[in-house]
Design a protein around this ligand. Structure first.
Ligand code: SAM
Length: 358
């Protein structure tokens, strides 16, 4: 639901907001106690919110979607940086009056959506005229947010899938993202080959985007103080993904490999195949992809993952039932058969699974 009108295209190169109550005063005025169960931690230091916003790049005349504006500290910095069309999506209705006050101070530049970013259709939030062809420079559209950690991780996974499909916020082109994560997650997103933090998230983010961990905000800078420090991460979608297979297929290969992160990589790769033919197909995949089976998952580079995904895709096109195979389902069936005292006569063909790559 929009709470005020569409922003006019402005020419406000060096705009400063008029005097307003400070964010802390607003919090008191509207009694905006942070809800612990919603993991609300506010950034009230405008020098820090300015620094975070600077990581997005030049916001002059930019269109911006801010996720979870809360009491509006980051929102003020985005407006002060010159954004002329700022759309904020906030789930908690308590923040709406304070945001309206801000919107009155920046007439025509701030649109407020009271809603959930996990379901909000951002592909409808901005004029089509801002779209840029994928191969060209990114559009003048940015996504910026300091979200609860419980939301930012599922959200980035869903946005990575959107990047692969050029849908949602990426229907406009290679929209850039500047987001906060728990520091450990920020480190995983940006971890390079052989680093301790290398994980599923590293591969999924880095095969689709240039990813930078820009700086760390100490937990003490937030009110109330979270248990952890916070990393600010910037993403620019790549013109050409480093792996050119469907997102779900890449996700399946990467997930299987990292589920045994301390073991050698052939162990997780084997789980892509039914037990009856596991050894032979694992050997075929590793051989054709030219990946040393003794490497650990953290030692695999993106080109290794690309080779594995390409060969796996080829094997799936030869035997389509492979794609739906899920070893956990096979385990479940075995377990069920055992419990019922049946003979474990496992099917040779792979059971169909709802998980199909698109
Ligand atoms: N941006 C503010 C700041 O930096 O001070 C608030 C940060 S607080 C960590 C997260 C904000 O996101 C809260 O205002 C919360 O209500 C909002 N939020 C949480 N889940 C959300 C969701 N699914 N969609 C939209 N907003 C959400």
């Amino acid at each position: 639901m929009y709470l005020n009108g569409m922003a006019a295209s402005g020419k406000l190169a060096s705009f400063r907001l008029p005097p307003l109550p400070t964010v802390s005063e607003l919090i008191k005025l509207y009694n905006l106690r942070a809800e612990k169960q919603l993991s609300q931690n506010f950034l009230l230091d405008l020098r820090l919110t300015d620094k975070l916003v600077r990581q997005a790049g030049n916001l002059n005349n930019a269109h911006v979607c801010e996720v979870g504006p809360g009491p509006g500290g980051l929102t003020r910095s985005i407006l002060n940086a010159g954004a002329t069309d700022l759309l904020v999506v906030e789930k908690d209705s308590r923040f709406i009056p304070g945001l309206k006050l801000l919107s009155e101070a920046a007439p025509g530049r701030l649109r407020i959506v009271h809603g959930d970013i996990l379901t909000y259709r951002m592909d409808r939030g901005f004029p089509g005229s801002i779209s840029r062809p994928w191969e060209e420079d990114p559009p003048n559209l940015h996504i910026i947010g300091n979200l609860p950690f419980s939301v930012s991780t599922p959200l980035i996974i869903s946005w990575l899938e959107n990047i692969a499909k050029r849908t949602g916020p990426f229907a406009y082109g290679r929209t850039r993202l500047t987001l906060t994560f728990q520091k450990e997650v920020a480190e995983r997103l940006t971890a390079s080959t052989k680093s301790k933090q290398r994980s599923r998230l590293s591969i999924m983010a880095q095969y689709l985007c240039t990813v930078h961990h820009r700086f760390t905000i100490p937990g003490r800078a937030f009110v109330p103080k979270p248990e952890v420090d916070v990393g600010v991460v910037h993403f620019t979608p790549l013109v050409q993904p480093l792996i050119q297979q469907p997102f779900k297929l890449v996700e399946k290969v990467v997930r299987n490999i990292f589920q045994f992160r301390r073991k050698r990589c052939h162990r997780g790769i084997g789980m892509l195949f039914p037990e009856a033919c596991r050894d032979a197909l694992t050997e075929e995949l590793m051989c054709k992809a030219d990946v040393e089976p003794t490497l650990r998952p953290t030692e695999l580079s993106i080109p290794h993952f690309k080779a594995l995904a390409d060969v796996y895709a080829h094997m799936c096109s030869r035997e389509p039932l492979l794609l739906g195979y899920n070893f956990r389902e096979e385990l479940r069936l075995k377990h069920l058969a055992k419990r019922r005292g049946m003979q474990t006569n496992m099917p040779q063909a792979m059971p169909p699974s709802p998980e199909q790559p698109n």
